[in-house]
Design a protein around this ligand. Structure first.
Ligand code: PAF
Length: 282
């Protein structure tokens, strides 16, 4: 397993693999890898001859008051995890390698980004689409792997790949949870012991919403209302959003009469966490 810092090194390695007829999977990450990332690396290792993991905290997708500076970073730890789960190459560029002076081309999306995280984080998806496009152009993978925890991101990437005729198969992988239900996230490391306990309101409210759907509830207001009540009872929690959207458009709906995504974003102290479920999966 190699770690490289430059675009030229990635391209040279991928060219060599291609010359031997090998297929390539890409797992884009911002590092500080956890079992969720490990499951993406394993999926790529299963489906492809070689796996590239990008490990880059992308400044372009963070708003001015967000956690770019404090975002956890540990390349040695990440290298071990990538190696253990079958990755072959880590691409860990400096910001200047990805965004040279005068960088001024962006991939923006006018649909799917108006609600949920796109509403709370206005420049976020422009940053995600731009960096993921660059990574796709650098690695030219056959397949790329994204977690369903970032459900809106997955929908946006699929749409971008379709719009821009990128010849890459996008694979969405299930949310991986701690034993007590909390969805794995690099941001969980920000939580102190009390906050870690309080953070369980996210997965508990997701379980409650799922149960209501399983029991035939069709009213989005009713589901959102009960989930909101549960989260609001936790003093350390502050709701950013609890919403149900149409999977195809990411626009809010009132009745569960089509495939839907129920997504939540909740601050626990200063840490913003997300979780979700798809109506089709309950
Ligand atoms: O999901 C993430 O970690 C990031 O948004 C991604 C896809 C690696 C782009 O920076």
């Amino acid at each position: 397993m190699r770690v490289v810092k430059t675009i030229d090194e990635v391209r040279a390695q991928v060219r060599e693999w291609r010359a031997h007829g090998l297929t390539v999977g890409l797992v884009p990450t911002m590092g500080y890898l956890h079992e969720g990332h490990a499951s993406l690396i394993e999926a790529s290792h299963r489906d492809n001859d070689r796996t590239v993991v990008s490990d880059f905290v992308n400044p372009m997708q963070f708003g001015p008051t967000e956690d770019l500076e404090s975002y956890p970073r540990d390349l040695d730890r990440d290298s071990k995890i990538v190696e253990e789960h079958g990755g072959d190459l880590i691409f860990n560029p400096e910001p200047a390698e990805m965004y040279h002076e005068g960088f001024s081309s962006f991939v923006d999306m006018t649909v799917l980004t108006q609600e949920l995280c796109g509403l709370s984080r206005p420049i976020h998806f422009r940053g995600v689409c731009t960096v993921v496009s660059k990574l796709f152009n650098i690695v030219k993978p056959d397949r790329a792997y994204f977690g369903k925890k970032d459900a809106q991101q997955l929908a946006v990437i699929r749409h971008m790949v379709d719009d821009l005729n990128m010849d890459i198969e996008i694979i969405g992988c299930p949310i991986i949870r701690e034993a007590d239900g909390l969805a794995k996230s690099s941001r969980n490391t920000y939580l102190n012991a009390d906050e870690r306990q309080a953070a369980l309101v996210l997965s508990r409210s997701i379980a409650l919403g799922k149960d209501m759907v399983k029991n035939g509830e069709k009213s989005c207001d009713a589901i959102i209302g009960e989930m909101t009540k549960l989260i609001s009872a936790e003093p350390l929690a502050r709701i950013d959003y609890v919403k149900i959207v149409d999977c195809a458009t990411m626009q809010q709906i009132t009745e569960l009469d089509r495939p839907a995504l129920c997504a939540i974003a909740v601050y626990i102290g200063k840490t913003r966490l997300i979780d979700n479920f798809f109506s089709e999966d309950v």
